[in-house]
Design a protein around this ligand. Structure first.
Ligand SMILES: [Zn+2]
Length: 167
């Protein structure tokens, strides 16, 4: 990583920091990294919180800080959540979508239109012959869906296009 720009090195590190609730899905893949600024040995990372209901923000903050401070040249890293930037499920990158499927979680649909019915593709057999069993699911971010083709229950990440800004 020696020949990379300092901020690129920070981005590389962030690609390895997983969401505490999603194994092998990094905060970078989820689209949570808003900006990185480097001032000599001090790094400042601005992040976008995902679903406002997810209570893992300070764990993420700690993990990001610890990971960035592992870089030799970094003395301190501060992490800030930008509550005025709205995260949407469209910010999840392709790797993030693939990793979610591996966990048996259907990624949010790409072509979702607010207010319209949303079809969920089964992460196991890719059938869209599915039915939403429980819109609330185990966390505020996910729903329980049942696949009528392969008969597996799975979780689906809810599409989020806009959400209320937390103040
Ligand atoms: Zn299926």
């Amino acid at each position: 990583m020696v020949d990379m720009l300092l901020d690129e090195q920070v981005f590389e590190v962030l690609k390895g920091v997983d969401d505490p609730e999603l194994t092998d899905v990094s905060v970078y893949d989820l689209g949570m990294v808003h900006a990185v600024s480097v001032n000599e040995a001090d790094v400042h990372v601005t992040m976008v919180p995902t679903f406002a209901g997810c209570p893992a923000l300070h764990i993420i903050e700690k993990h990001v800080q610890e990971a960035v401070e592992e870089l030799d040249w970094v003395e301190s890293c501060s992490v800030e959540f930008a509550f005025d930037v709205l995260w949407t499920t469209e910010m999840i990158n392709e790797r993030g979508r693939q990793q979610l499927k591996k966990l048996g979680i259907a990624p949010p649909p790409k072509d979702f239109v607010e207010g319209e019915e949303w079809t969920v593709e089964c992460p196991y057999c890719e059938s869209d012959y599915t039915s939403i069993e429980n819109i609330f699911g185990p966390t505020a971010c996910r729903s329980i869906v049942y696949c009528k083709s392969c008969r597996n229950p799975f979780e689906a990440m809810k599409p989020v296009l806009e959400q209320e800004i937390a103040r």
